[in-house]
Design a protein around this ligand. Structure first.
Ligand code: PHE
Length: 457
């Protein structure tokens, strides 16, 4: 096993914030969030999502980082270290496996964004409109192109991870976040000024509360919140394990949550007004192709649309890569920490396994019929959807809930708070945090999971 001094540390608290933000901000915000809002019927989903972020996920993010910083280990080792001789390490192990599942489907969507850099910049998307939806359907039905794009995306993430990316992530994310935010604001302004935008805005901001109690939708909102903040699988725990004790956690968490949430909300502000200005647009039936059908239409209304389109997808690829690197980091750190493998060898094993699982994910979007219609819509429909549903809507919240129980009752809140406040660090309200972790988050997760399981059975 490597000792903590071999594992390396972030150079500063800011470096940690950049890496954590790089992990959180990705396809989950720009592709996942609008897709889920569309499936979930609009504004009611947004409200439930925000509730989950604030009351459930932000406190768990703190817990994960504390577990990592205190133990200086990747997830399995962290539980073994803090609670020796017990079976709590299983929580970490589930996180390791879940990460491989997420990387697998994530890389397929990452592959789509790579292809769209080319499509957008070369003008292949044309004028958008209904044709853009058809274009996406045709593209995802092409098996070998999809497997190839998946391979390229996963290969890039693996290479970056193997190369010991800390400095790289920092540099990429420092430039990426302001550029991404600026472009998103610009696109939102354009979208909001299109004819018919008001209808989309109402859909996005005026909740239909009958939907807020549909448990399938509430379960999806919880899963999306976990996925977007990179929670439950131990990514933030692993990143926290490289954090110095003198670097406070409170401010970092606030910054990461604020940035992640504003980027998701901005993405919705772009997609729905623009979407509703397209004749015959139906957010619910667009599924994973939603942003790929709407954005080309929006780019077509901009002078220099190919340029904006190309730039947008390049930024999205980069945001997705910094997330995929953090996903790989969980199983890779596990193999390095526990088995003593070298990093490149560990990356090879992890990325190789993820690629095998990503092949059916890539082929299940029209290329191979049996993989494309595998399950009822509530379970994700196709192979990619089923993997995503199991990982995001079940695995992440369950491990998140177990982490709360661990911190709240096994390792205990006072130890966690002591770690949080080490070196006179600033933290808003440790008492409230303890209450959220002990009672509110685990109970809320348990009831949402139960409700959503009963709703699909
Ligand atoms: N949060 C990332 C995104 O929104 C995905 C992710 C999930 C990364 C879980 C790490 C762990 O794209």
């Amino acid at each position: 096993m490597t000792t903590s001094t071999d594992r390396g540390m972030w150079g500063s608290r800011f470096a940690f914030v950049l890496a954590a933000a790089g992990s959180a901000v990705g396809l989950g915000n720009i592709w996942g969030f609008p897709t889920q809002v569309g499936r979930g019927g609009g504004a009611a989903f947004v409200i439930v999502y925000l509730f989950c972020i604030v009351m459930i996920c932000a406190p768990i993010l703190v817990a994960e980082i504390v577990l990592g910083r205190r133990s200086r280990q990747s997830p399995v080792g962290a539980f073994k270290f803090l609670s020796p001789g017990t079976r709590w390490w299983w929580v970490g192990a589930v996180g390791v496996v879940t990460s491989v599942g997420i990387v697998a489907f994530y890389s397929v969507i990452g592959g789509w964004t790579i292809a769209y850099v080319w499509f957008a910049a070369s003008g292949a998307l044309g004028g958008g409109g209904e044709a853009a939806g058809d274009f996406f359907t045709r593209f995802t039905a092409n098996g070998w192109q999809n497997v190839l794009c998946t391979f390229i995306f996963l290969g890039m993430a693996a290479a970056a991870n193997a190369g010991g990316v800390r400095a790289g992530i920092e540099r990429v994310t420092t430039a990426l976040m302001p550029a991404l935010l600026a472009l998103l604001v610009l696109l939102a302004v354009r979208s909001l000024t299109l004819p018919g935008a008001a209808e989309g805005l109402a859909y996005y901001m005026r909740p239909d509360f009958s939907q807020a109690f549909n448990m399938t939708i509430v379960g999806a909102a919880l899963g999306q919140a976990f996925f977007s903040l990179s929670l439950g699988n131990g990514a933030m725990l692993t990143y926290g394990s490289y954090l110095r004790r003198s670097d406070g956690i409170g401010r970092s968490v606030l910054m990461v949550v604020a940035l992640d949430t504003s980027i998701a909300l901005l993405a919705g502000l772009i997609i729905f007004p623009a979407g509703f200005s397209i004749v015959g647009f139906d957010p619910a039936s667009s599924g994973p192709g939603l942003i790929f059908a709407v954005l080309p239409q929006l780019f077509a209304t901009l002078a220099g649309g190919t340029l904006f389109g190309g730039a947008f997808f390049i930024l999205l690829v980069m945001a997705a890569l910094t997330s995929a690197i953090s996903l790989l980091e969980v199983p890779v750190a596990h193999v390095v920490d526990r088995w003593g493998w070298s990093r490149p060898k560990a990356v090879g094993l992890v990325a190789g396994s993820a690629f095998l699982l990503s092949i059916p994910c890539a082929l299940g979007n029209g290329a191979v019929e049996s993989l494309s219609n595998l399950a009822p819509a509530a379970w994700g429909g196709n192979f990619l959807g089923v993997v995503a549903t199991i990982c995001n809507n079940f695995s992440l919240p369950i491990t998140g809930m177990l982490m709360c129980i661990f911190v709240g009752y096994v390792w205990r809140v006072d130890r966690a708070v002591e770690e949080l406040l080490a070196d006179n660090a600033w933290f808003p309200n440790p008492k409230l945090w303890g209450l959220l972790v002990r009672y509110v988050s685990p109970l809320a997760i348990a009831s949402i999971l139960l409700g959503s399981i009963m709703a699909v059975l």
